[in-house]
Design a protein around this ligand. Structure first.
Ligand SMILES: Nc1ncnc2c1ncn2[C@@H]1O[C@H](COP(=O)(O)OP(=O)(O)OP(=O)(O)O)[C@@H](O)[C@H]1O
Length: 245
């Protein structure tokens, strides 16, 4: 039968008397150490938090940029990965901030040297994720945010598996998403049709993600708070994700 007295792993040193219970705090502390035969460690009991790779994806117009922009304002130690592209710089864009602008030849040699985690040809321009940038920021303890379309997220999932956190952003409904896209006034009717039809397909991929976050109309801060809570919960995991790039 199991003993009623729980002693844990500690073996009490047999001949060390405990101080009286009304002894002063320091004496009690020392007495407990002496009784256990070892001093108490001040090392953290929780495992160290590994930096995270957070992949944020979702249909066009759902608010990926808006959520990430706000997240970077409210949270420290987070780096939004700057994509490399062979596309020409548009007026107002800043090299190293909006994109790393490289020539097509430079881009292809990056591919050859295996310097990109993932890349794609998007409407005739190459876009890719430089591995070194991820390594550099993770070494400094930063979490990395990647913003990719749903197809890109699927590719990253096949490369990173469970070592990264995949968040799918949705509007509260299909109708809300369409209204938001119309309100943005950046697309022609034909482009809108493609985006809405694509969004309908993309939502079906939600189950491959770890988390879904609703970015409801007028509730951007709520969506950002939920993303922050996900990051906090990930930091509290007993088995931390471990990215090798
Ligand atoms: N919670 C919200 N409430 C109201 N408007 C929002 C909300 N979130 C984003 N928006 C607005 O919706 C529009 C689309 O957002 P955003 O450009 O961030 O989407 P996206 O997912 O990055 O789109 P794309 O993939 O097409 O670049 C923007 O005008 C943005 O300001």
């Amino acid at each position: 039968m199991a003993s009623a007295t729980r002693t844990g792993d500690g073996r009490r040193s047999p001949f060390v008397p405990l101080p009286p219970s009304d002894a002063d705090k320091a004496e009690l502390y020392k007495g407990l150490e002496a009784a256990l035969g070892s001093s108490f460690s001040s090392e953290p009991l929780s495992p160290p938090c590994n930096p995270l790779i957070i992949v944020i994806s979702g249909p066009s117009g759902v608010g990926k940029d808006a959520v990430i922009k706000r997240l970077l304002e409210v949270r420290q130690q987070i780096h939004f990965l700057v994509t490399a592209t062979s596309r020409a710089k548009r007026p107002g864009e800043v090299d190293g901030k909006d994109y790393y602008f490289v020539t097509k030849e430079e881009f292809l040699s990056m591919v050859e040297r295996n310097e990109l985690l993932e890349y794609a040809l998007v409407y005739g321009d190459y876009k890719g994720i430089p591995k070194q940038q991820i390594r550099d920021y993770m070494a400094k303890g930063y979490d990395i945010v990647l913003r990719v379309d749903v197809q890109g997220a699927a590719t990253l999932k096949s490369i990173l598996g469970d070592s990264a956190v995949f968040i799918f952003l949705v509007a509260e409904s299909e109708a809300a998403l369409v209204k938001r896209l119309i309100d943005r006034r950046t697309e022609t009717a034909e482009m809108l049709l493609v985006r809405v039809a694509t969004a309908r397909e993309e939502v079906k991929h939600m189950k491959k993600f770890d988390y879904v976050v609703v970015n409801a109309e007028g509730k951007l801060d709520g969506a950002v708070k939920l993303v922050e809570s996900i990051i906090d919960a990930e930091k509290a995991r007993v088995r931390q994700r471990n990215v090798q790039i």
